[in-house]
Design a protein around this ligand. Structure first.
Ligand code: SF4
Length: 158
């Protein structure tokens, strides 16, 4: 089974009520091997919701208590991000998930890049909170931007 960010599958889970549809991932659902998840919704946040960014580090730093997540209104939403990450880890264990394909640059789902907490579109290397928790638990995470047809075929086969 493969965990996929819900917004990549056309589900309107994004902070602004939209989605980030990637057609080849939508088509993958026909294999019956895809589980759509949105960690921010599972953490109890509404949709739509104010945009959020990690301040002071990466998702891994948030998990260590060394950085926090704030929304654009200045509200600390760290707890919801951590709960959402823990819930998707539970889903991974329930379904023996082998890998996750997650939305790049999201403060939850980013696999290689996130924003720096200034809401100025400044990118930093690092993972979002949910991606970092899965990676720390030996579940490989890939962003939709690094997904080649070969990698996708490999993940579906595995
Ligand atoms: Fe998509 Fe992840 Fe953001 Fe949910 S938290 S909208 S799945 S990028």
């Amino acid at each position: 089974m493969i965990l996929v960010s819900a917004c990549l599958l056309g589900i309107r889970a994004k902070y602004d009520g939209g989605d980030n549809t990637v057609n080849k991932l939508v088509n993958l659902c026909a294999t019956g091997k895809v589980i759509p998840v949105c960690p921010e919704q599972l953490g109890g946040l509404t949709t739509p919701r104010p945009a959020a960014e990690i301040k002071g580090g990466s998702g891994a730093d948030v998990l260590k208590g060394m950085a926090r997540v704030y929304n654009k209104e200045g509200v600390d939403v760290t707890e919801s991000f951590i709960i959402g990450a823990q819930e998707i880890l539970k889903i991974c264990r329930l379904y023996s998930v082998k890998a996750a394909i997650l939305k790049e640059r999201s403060p939850s789902c980013g696999c290689n890049m996130i924003y720096d907490g200034t809401f100025q579109s400044v990118r930093l290397p690092g993972q979002g909170v949910a991606a970092a928790l899965l990676a720390a638990n030996a579940i490989p995470v890939y962003s939709e931007e690094e997904l080649t047809d070969e990698l996708l075929a490999h993940l579906v086969k595995g």
